[in-house]
Each structure stands twice: as C-alpha cells, then as structure tokens.
Design a protein around this ligand. Structure first.
Ligand code: HEC
Ligand code: HEC
Length: 335
C-alpha cells in the first residue's frame, strides 16, 4: 500500500475510533448523572393508581372474579383474560396481532395490556373511554368481542348465579340494588387498579446503580437524547398524550384513522394514544394493528417515522436492551 493510501486509511481509523469513542463516552456517563437526566422525563411508577384509595378489598376480589368470568360473553367462551392474560404471570396481552372475539371473528386493533392501564390519561388506542370504568363497559357488549346483547342480560346472568348476589352486596354495601352493569364495571376497574408492575428501571431510578447493565444504560442515554421522550414520557413512559403515527414518514398501514374516528377533526387523522412502554418487551406484536412482531424493528420504525432518524444496528440493540429493563420482574409473554 502506498503511503498516501496508508494515511487515508489511518485517518479513517482515527475517525471511526473517535465516533465510537463518542458513543462510548456518552454511554459512560455516570449512573448518577444519567439518573438525574432520566428523572427530568420519567419517574418511577407510583405505588397506587389514581382512585385506588377508595377501592374496598371486596370490590377488588369481585372484580378479579369478573375479569376471569367467561359467562360474561354471549356463548360462555370468553372473559377479559382471554385477550388480556394476567394469570400465570403473563403480561396482560394475548401476543396476537389482533384478537378473536367470542364468535371467532378478529377485530382490527391489537389488544393493549391491562397492566398499568389505570395510569393512562384515557383508554383505548384512540382514547374513546375516559377511564377504566367506562372502558370495562365496552368489550362485554361489543359484538366483535364478548357480544352480550345488552346490559340487562348481563345483570340477569349475574343475578341468577349462586355466588354473585352475595359478592356484589359485600362489595357495594348499603346499595339498594348492588348488582348493576355500572357496578360490574366499577369492580373490574378496582381489580385493574391493582395491576401495577415493578421493574429494574425503577430500581435504577430509585438509586440502585447496578440495576441496569452497560448496554441498558447506553440505551437509556439514547432514549433520552434522540427524542423518544418527546412522546414517551411520565411514569408510564407513554399513555398521556395523542400523537400522529408517522409524523415525518408515514406508517405502512394507513387504514385506521385513529382518533379521527372519535372526534371527526382533521387534526386527529392517524393520531393514537402514545402507548406506555412499560412491559413493552413482553407485549409484542406492536403498533395499533399489531403488524410488527419484532421489538428492534418497532424501534427502528419509530425512530424513522417519528424522528426522521436512521439508527445503527448497535443503537437499536442498546434501545431494545433498555426497553427490556421495563418488564415486570417475573412476568412473561403468553407465547
Ligand atoms: C376479544 C378480545 C378482548 C376482550 C374479550 C377484551 N378486550 Fe380489552 N381490548 C381489546 C382490544 C382489541 C383493545 C383495543 C381496542 C381499541 O383501542 O380500539 C382493548 C382495550 C382494552 C383496554 C385499554 C387499554 C389501553 O391502554 O388503552 C383495557 C383497560 C381493556 N381492554 C380491558 C378489558 C376488560 C376489563 C375486559 C373484560 C370486561 C376486556 N378488555 C375484554 C381486546 C379485548
Ligand atoms: C412524536 C411522538 C413519538 C416519538 C418521538 C416516539 N414515539 Fe414511539 N410511539 C408513538 C405513537 C403514537 C405510537 C403508537 C403508533 C401506532 O400504534 O400506530 C408509538 C409506539 C411505539 C412502540 C410500540 C408500542 C406498542 O405497544 O405497540 C414502541 C416500541 C415505541 N413507540 C418506541 C419508541 C422509541 C424507542 C422512540 C425513540 C426512538 C419513540 N418511540 C419515539 C409516538 C412516538
């Protein structure tokens, strides 16, 4: 090799080294400094959900039973837990792109997790229910989900049961007719308010320097510096605003107009609730249509669609490592 080429090669090596050192130097920010930066955007999940202070143990217990109650579907085939599996330490989802209803027909949106949902500012991908109580009234009567004909039929089934009359009485003491559709929803919501998760990232935020490994810290640093926190922010790292899917480059599937269906406002076209990223490594597949199976691919698409950035494989791997630290300890995916 002639000396000139050698010089060029040497400077390329130096440049590459510098770029690499830059990435590494950022990542070697001390944990204390990273923690302080992170806490400007994200705080640990609170110990209680809003409204939980009024939940009676008997309401939570009843709500849990109702969450698993298949007789709340028209043909006795489906409960909330069929699409939002929380038993056996599962992550509040079915890990399917879209879910089959009691009649076996699929809807067109992905089932989000019920874990931590009570922290969100509104429910559903388009925010059409204001809280968990309003939300719980939806699926039972939705023809594509549990498909019960009307509220009366639900109340009739509960009244005819051997145990529910007593359980509702205990859960709603002093009420003249404790079994009602509204109280069914209140009890389910009380149970859902107990679904709070605990992960290594919160351990880190609370002061444990060793809760995250080096790659996870790099990912956190990237998450904070490239702009993910513009939208994924707050204790749930999402779940507190609507944003357009595909701000800079459009999302591949433009069939679903998102919040536009609720408000009819042009501004709301393709806007969705920014999903919480807590437990995201367990809640695949991704996006409102569940069409992206791989977390790395979801991260890559987000950076491109929302921030106009093309990330290197190493950066994607670091972000994915960080997102894995947001999984509830001991929980796992359904399949
Ligand atoms: C057939 C599957 C299915 C069943 C059964 C079902 N859900 Fe869902 N759930 C979904 C889908 C799909 C969505 C998202 C729909 C949308 O955003 O338009 C959803 C959304 C939710 C949300 C909103 C979460 C968020 O982050 O916005 C909550 C909470 C929830 N369901 C709780 C329940 C409860 C409680 C029951 C039982 C009463 C139930 N679901 C039954 C499929 C189901
Ligand atoms: C401008 C707002 C915005 C920014 C910036 C943003 N996101 Fe998102 N993110 C969203 C919205 C909105 C969705 C839901 C899109 C949909 O379902 O169509 C989403 C969805 C996701 C999902 C899928 C979650 C799920 O449960 O399906 C992941 C993972 C994600 N974002 C990670 C990131 C990462 C990592 C970054 C930074 C590289 C980022 N996001 C930047 C708004 C944003």
């Amino acid at each position: 090799m002639n000396p000139k080429n050698l010089m060029i090669l040497a400077s390329v090596v130096v440049l590459l080294g510098a770029a690499h050192a830059g990435f590494a130097a950022e990542a070697t920010l001390g944990p204390a400094e990273l923690r302080a930066r992170a806490k400007a955007f994200i705080l640990p999940l609170p110990d209680k959900m809003p409204g939980a202070e009024k939940d009676l143990p008997a309401q939570i217990e009843l709500g849990q039973k109702l969450y698993f109650e298949k007789r709340l579907s028209v043909n006795g085939k489906q409960s909330c837990n069929d699409c939002h599996l929380v038993d056996q330490n599962r992550a509040g989802v079915d890990n399917e792109p879209t879910s089959e209803g009691a009649h076996g027909k699929r809807g067109d949106r992905n089932s989000p997790t019920t874990l931590n949902a009570g922290f969100h500012f509104a429910q559903f991908w388009d925010g059409r229910a204001k809280d968990l109580v309003e939300q719980a009234k939806g699926p039972v009567l939705n023809p594509g989900e549990m498909a019960m004909p009307d509220e009366k039929e639900v109340v009739k089934r509960l009244e005819a049961d051997a145990r529910y009359p007593q359980l509702f009485k205990a859960a709603f003491p002093g009420e003249v007719s404790p079994i009602s559709y509204h109280n069914f929803a209140r009890a389910v919501a009380a149970f859902e308010r107990t679904l709070i998760t605990h992960d290594r990232f919160d351990d880190f935020l609370k002061g444990d320097d060793r809760a995250l490994n080096a790659q996870e810290l790099q990912g956190l640093n990237l998450f904070l510096t490239i702009g993910c926190t513009t939208c994924h922010v707050g204790p749930t790292i999402g779940g507190n605003m609507y944003q357009k899917a595909g701000i800079i480059h459009p999302y591949a599937n433009t069939n679903d107009m998102g919040r536009f269906k609720v408000t009819g406002e042009e501004w709301d076209q393709y806007r969705f609730k920014v999903p919480s990223l807590r437990n995201v490594a367990l809640t695949y597949p991704y996006f409102h249509d569940g069409q992206v199976r791989d977390l790395g691919s979801a991260v890559k698409q987000m950076a491109y669609m929302q921030l106009g950035k093309e990330l290197a494989d190493k950066e994607i791997a670091a972000l994915v490592a960080f997102l894995n630290s947001l999984s509830d300890k001991g929980r796992k995916a359904s399949r």
